[in-house]
Design a protein around this ligand. Structure first.
Ligand code: ADP
Length: 367
């Protein structure tokens, strides 16, 4: 049982590298939280401050409501799994897993039970006598997790644990870590730069940029209701299309003019919210799956030329220019066409986002 609270936590390295600023988050007991963002945004620093591997420059860190800023890592009751696994090469799997417990002078019978439990949960039983060099990348990763779970910590910390694995194994280990969390529901903070990993694993995703939290929420909420340009473009693959538009009032209400001259009608229920954008240059954000075949939606069609197709099997991505933007639509698998073919799409603007490029905020009701 553990909650973890970071209250306006900040980190300055040396004289002036402000790596993390005002990080404010309360993590619930048993919650799986993923910190995600591009390289250098402060994810690892945040995690290492929770682990006690970096000193906290400002703010408070609480585990179960108790301030732990000044506790040594070993006193925080946490276990961390690193990217490079940090296994001892000369020890067997069993010794690697039990090493920390032996150091704590835990009774032998208890160590045996814990190692057996971990080996069973992680499918490591046939490998206990092997040395790390005789293991695959995925198996090494599992040993590193075994070493963490035998400690029965209050909190698990993962720092990019899958980045040394190939794509297929990454998908498999992603599922294994999720299963592990279901079997042993322990409060978890997981760091990755991979937004798909974040989306698929997290109860709540924390998107970071430049040392600050951009937005926190369940994966689907971030996907459907991003607050900022950064979150809108960072979450989702292929990325959200961002069309530069000018907004004005037409006979049928507010409308947006795209760079290629296409005019679309903005949804009736957004008129109050989008009124503030009249006369301004904005970005109209629309995910590839919100673009369909001609006539599918009633907001106005977009005629352009196909640039190229990417057939993915279950669906086909269609790339096409709109002004300077290389846009993408997700079409059914049977979609065909060639470079230069004229094509008309329909835009489902009920799923659009209007973003002010100056403030980089998504226009939302009441703000
Ligand atoms: P991320 O994990 O998101 O890639 P980090 O937390 O590693 O980001 O780094 C955040 C910022 O802090 C970066 O600008 C990085 O260069 C800087 N930084 C990280 N570690 C140190 C350090 N030991 N000394 C000085 N600057 C550091």
């Amino acid at each position: 049982m553990a909650t973890v609270s970071l209250n306006t936590v900040g980190k300055t390295y040396g004289e002036g590298v402000q790596a993390v600023t005002n990080f404010d988050l309360k993590i619930r007991d048993e919650e799986f939280v993923v910190l995600v963002g591009p390289s250098g945004c402060g994810k690892s620093t945040t995690l290492r401050m929770v682990a006690g591997l970096e000193e906290i420059t400002s703010g408070d860190l609480l585990i179960d409501e108790k301030r732990v800023n000044d506790l040594a890592p070993a006193e925080r009751d946490i276990a961390m799994v690193f990217q490079n696994y940090a296994l001892y090469p000369h020890m067997t799997v069993e010794d690697n897993i039990s090493f920390g417990l032996k150091q704590q002078r835990m009774p032998k019978s208890e160590i045996k039970t814990r190692v057996a439990d971990a080996a069973r949960i992680l499918g490591l039983e046939p490998l206990l006598a092997r040395k790390p060099r005789a293991l695959s990348g995925g198996q090494r990763q599992r040993v590193a997790m075994g070493r963490a779970i035998v400690r029965h910590p209050k909190v698990f910390l993962f720092d990019e644990p899958l980045s040394n694995l190939d794509a297929k194994l990454r998908v498999q280990m992603r599922a294994e870590i999720k299963h592990l969390h279901q079997k042993i529901p322990t409060t978890t903070i997981y760091v990755t730069h991979d937004q798909i990993e974040a989306m698929t694993m997290a109860d709540r995703v924390v998107v970071m940029s430049n040392g600050k939290i951009e937005q926190v929420g369940p994966p689907q909420e971030l996907y459907n209701h991003p607050d900022t340009l950064f979150v809108a473009s960072f979450i989702g693959s292929p990325a959200m299309n961002l069309f530069p538009v000018t907004v004005d009032r037409g006979d049928g209400g507010l409308q947006a003019r795209l760079e290629n001259g296409t005019v679309v009608t903005l949804p009736a229920d957004r008129q109050a919210t989008y009124g503030a954008a009249v006369g301004k240059k904005m970005l109209l954000g629309l995910r590839p799956e919100a673009i369909g075949e001609a006539g599918a939606y009633g907001y106005g069609d977009l005629t352009t030329e196909i640039d190229y197709l990417e057939p993915l099997g279950a669906e086909t991505l269609v790339f096409f220019p709109v002004g300077e933007v290389n846009a993408c639509a997700k079409m059914p698998a049977g979609f065909t066409g060639h470079h230069g073919d004229k094509v008309t799409f329909s835009l489902d603007l009920s799923r659009m986002h209007l973003i002010d490029p100056e403030t980089e905020k998504v226009l939302k009701p009441g703000r």
